[in-house]
Design a protein around this ligand. Structure first.
Ligand code: RB5
Length: 144
């Protein structure tokens, strides 16, 4: 089944978000890009929360969110119950937050890394499955 991926950002990351949307759509993912569409100043908590709710509700399997650093929008997303979101600036971490932490959201800082690395990070995140086993107990502890 085609995986639905929630995508959102603040004004600082609109260009990179669009590039990620095109990139993953071309790979066959069903992209739910909830904006924003203009570069007008906005507030990252509401965009992080909106994407997180799509993932927490099961509407989307995974989410990718961006702001200038990736940090603020990640903090907002992690306030939604059931969300495990990490900021990644390297592909190893993007694989590991799926494999070991069962992260269901990835956050990227558009003012931190370039497009090539960002797309590689996205690919690493989307193509890695949770390993379960000993890691499942630890993820359960996070949720508890
Ligand atoms: C917006 O200027 C900036 O603060 C935001 O994109 C983000 O970096 C916050 O964490």
């Amino acid at each position: 089944m085609t995986k639905r991926i929630a995508l959102s950002s603040d004004h600082a990351a609109i260009d990179l978000r669009r590039k990620i949307a095109d990139h993953i759509a071309a790979k066959g993912y069903d992209v739910v890009d909830i904006g924003p569409v203009t570069t007008e100043n906005t507030h990252y908590p509401k965009h992080g929360q909106a994407a997180a709710q799509l993932v927490a509700s099961g509407d989307c399997a995974l989410g990718i969110i961006l702001c200038g650093t990736g940090q603020g929008i990640m903090m907002a997303a992690n306030k939604v119950r059931g969300i495990r979101c990490g900021v990644c600036s390297d592909s190893f971490s993007a694989r590991m937050i799926r494999a070991h932490n069962d992260a269901n959201m990835l956050s990227i800082g558009a003012r931190v890394i370039g497009e090539g690395l960002a797309l590689d990070i996205v690919d690493a995140f989307l193509s890695t499955e949770f390993e379960g086993g000993r890691h499942a107990l630890r993820v359960d502890m996070i949720e508890a």
